[in-house]
Structure formats: structure tokens, C-alpha cells
Write a protein of this length. Sequence first.
Length: 373
Amino acid sequence: MLFLAVASYIGVYLYNALSNTYVTTTAVRYAIEDTFPAQGYIVRTETVLTDVGAAILPVVGEGEKVASGQAIAVEYLNRSALEAASEIRELKFRIAQLESPGNNEETAGFESVIALSTAVRHGDLSRLGELSLNVETFIFSGGSMTVGELPYLRARLESLERETAGMRTIHAPASGTFSHVIDGFEHVGPRSLAALTPADLDELFRTPAGTHGVGKLVTEFNWYYAAVMDSQEASRLSVGRQYPVQFYGSYHAEADMTIESVGRREDGMCVVVFSSDRSIHDVAQLRGARADVVIGVVSGIRVPKEAIHLDDDGATFVYLQTGVRAERVDVEILLDAGDGFIVRDGAETGTPLRTDSTIIVKANNLYDGKIVA
């Protein structure tokens, strides 16, 4: 009989222990960027350099600033002139390598491969030719250059540079930023972006023009980002105000951009036009782009979603463990942060919810004033 009583007691104790779920967490202060996505196109004021001969090689790098009348490319009218130009380029590189301080053939091969890999990964085309030649010299040619070759290399270079037959220099028609990349949408300028709907923007960039040339000049510092986004989110933006725009994908950077216009709504979406006068050389070859627009930074107390309660009047609240009792505290939700909410700090609202408060996440039959510990 005594055994049955003890067994019953233990059974009831275990049932109560297992069924009485009580989970708490410590309140921490949390800050998160309030962002929403955008997808669209980069627009610039561009002029295509349409001179096309037998072979044209640019003599300025990607994203390089050029002055009006500056030499930007050389046209080679025959094969011998092109071969001479290729040799001139290689000779200049070899001479620069031999003249550089600390030239170390043992490590140059490895470093050349790393440099080329880094440039390709980041989409940096400005030194691609030089880096490729670097790899060819140190890896495929065995890095067999010696300082004793310098007099011969210099003499050969001078001889070739004196021979200009079959070559014609192409000069920049205006000042600007040079890019090798032509995508057929250079005719789309800032004036094309007025009062666009998402369908208009899509149509504008649907079919590229069949333009060919040695490259293009971006002739103004201002560039634009015409982006499609949710119209409700776009309504939070103010024309004339500046916002951080975080680009990602092939171009990964943040730019502070000014809102030029917010277009009319179409199927819940609209076109927002941003502008910037900084870093045009970084976006000279970029067209399609995805980004996050940063509205601001939200900071407060992070609360697990399981800890949020809703009463019959629609008020949101949490329970804190204050001493040995549960205390109801109303909260104001600022932002959905995935598996939790950011709520306003009690220091701002006059409630006990502060950093290091004990938030009750789960408990059975919880109510204000219940003894929980």
C-alpha cells in the first residue's frame, strides 16, 4: 500500500514537471537596418565611339577619366601594324617588371595568378590585359626574364615606336569616363526616365540597339538608378532626400543616392529614380542592378515571436519575470526581424522592459501576477 502511494506521488510529480513548460530569455538591445528591395537599371549620359577599323585597341583603362582630344585608342590598318602594337605592349610590360624594385621570379608567378583571380572575381576589367600577360610571362614562359635583357628590350621598343605606318590614333570627342563595354542601351539617357511605369521601364530595356564601336564615353558625372519597387514601400520615400542604396550581385557596394522621382502605381509596383554624382567610374559598365534601399536603422529590444501576446482589444504585450511573479508589459512593435520582433525600449515608453530584463517566452496558464519562481 505504501509502495502504491509513493509510486502515485512520483507519477503526479513527473507529470506536473513535464507538462509545466517554463522558458525565459534575457532582453537584449538590437539594431537592424530597415530596408526594402529594388531592381532596375543604371542610366548615364553616354556617347558611343563608333570608329571601327580592321583592329582597334584602347590605350586607356576601364573607368579612366579622359580629356577632350586625348588619345583613347589606336586603329591598326594592317596585320603587321597590329603585331607591332602587340609586341610594344609586351615589351613595355617586361621592362616595367625588370625595373620594379624587389623583383622576385620565385613568387611572381603565384602572385600573378592570385591578382588575376581577384580581378575576375570582382569584375574589375581595368587591368585584365596586364594581369593576363603577367600570368603568361611568369607561368607559361617560365619567368625567364633577366635584368641583362634590359638594353636589348629598350632598343627594340624604341625601334618599334618609331614605326607608325599602318596606325591611326583615335581621340576623345569630349571629356568623360571611358568604358570598353557597349550594351546597346547607351541611347537611354536621363530624359528617358520621366513618368515611367514598370512596364515602360521594361520596354525601354527590352531590345538593345545594334551599336558597335571601340567603347563609350560617359560624359556627365551624374548617374541614375531607375528601380522597380513595391509602391507601398516607395511611399515612405521623400523626393529630394538622400538614402543609402546597397547594390549587390556583380556590383557590390553602397552609394548615397537622392530620390529624383516616384512614378505612378501599376499593379502594386512603381518606378523610383535615384541619382548620384559620385563614383561614376565604378558603374561605367554596369546596367542591370539589384539593390536594397535603406530607410533607416531601427533599434530597440529584441523579443522572440513566441513571447508576444495579443489581448481582446488588439494590444500587444509580453510577460516579464519580476522577482517571483509574471508582470504584463505592453509593447510597441517596430519591425519584424524574422524569428523575433524589435519593440520599443521601455526606457522610451516608461515600462520595465529594458536590457537584461527576463522575458517569459513560454509558460502554462500565464497571467499577470502569477507566481512563476
